[in-house]
Design a protein around this ligand. Structure first.
Ligand code: HEM
Length: 154
């Protein structure tokens, strides 16, 4: 179960990133060219938020299965100084939840905006901040806080 969740969670990061980049590109292009907010734009808005929600769910499940997390909470005082433990126990969780909340709010607000320009703008701002937080909180192989592979191969 743990290995399956970790593999899925690792892979799903690429879908999260890809959907955000495509949605941001469409928002930027639509805003600059003043094109109508098409049903394809709306589908990207919707699916980007949905993919982020799936990743959030996988993350919460992984949080309950990972052996790192109970160790972190049992030894909180010492663990906060251990970079990798505090990263997964606290910072990864907080930054990722914040990012997904922003993506959710942005998606909901964009849907309700009156003009197409406002829809693109709202989607661009919220998804852009969400992407920035996610990029910071991923344990890239070059991250100074915690390093994990680009692709999980057990
Ligand atoms: C968009 C949101 C998220 C992205 C892109 C993301 C991405 C990642 C990546 C790439 C890893 C490394 C996987 C590996 O070891 O190969 C990871 C690990 C982990 N993530 Fe997330 N994550 C997200 C949200 C969350 C959330 C919300 C939680 C908790 C509620 C969470 C909990 C964890 C845990 C506990 C691990 C480490 C598990 C272990 O090594 O035992 N993630 N995440």
């Amino acid at each position: 179960m743990y290995v399956t969740l970790l593999t899925l969670h690792s892979f799903f990061r690429w879908l999260v990133l890809l959907s955000l980049v495509i949605s941001l590109f469409r928002a930027y292009r639509g805003y600059r060219k003043k094109t109508p907010f098409s049903s394809a734009d709306n589908a990207w808005r919707h699916w980007t938020a949905t993919i982020a929600h799936i990743q959030l769910t996988l993350g919460v499940l992984l949080y309950s299965k990972s052996p790192l997390i109970p160790y972190f909470w049992k030894n909180v005082k010492d663990s906060v100084n251990a970079k990798e433990l505090s990263f997964f126990g606290l910072y990864h969780l907080l930054l990722m939840v914040t990012a997904v909340v922003l993506i959710t709010i942005g998606s909901a607000l964009a849907k309700r905006r009156k003009t197409d320009q406002e829809k693109y703008r709202t989607m661009g701002i919220y998804f852009g901040i969400g992407l920035f937080l996610i990029l910071c909180a991923i344990p890239w192989p070059f991250s100074p806080l915690a390093q994990r592979p680009y692709f999980r191969q057990f």
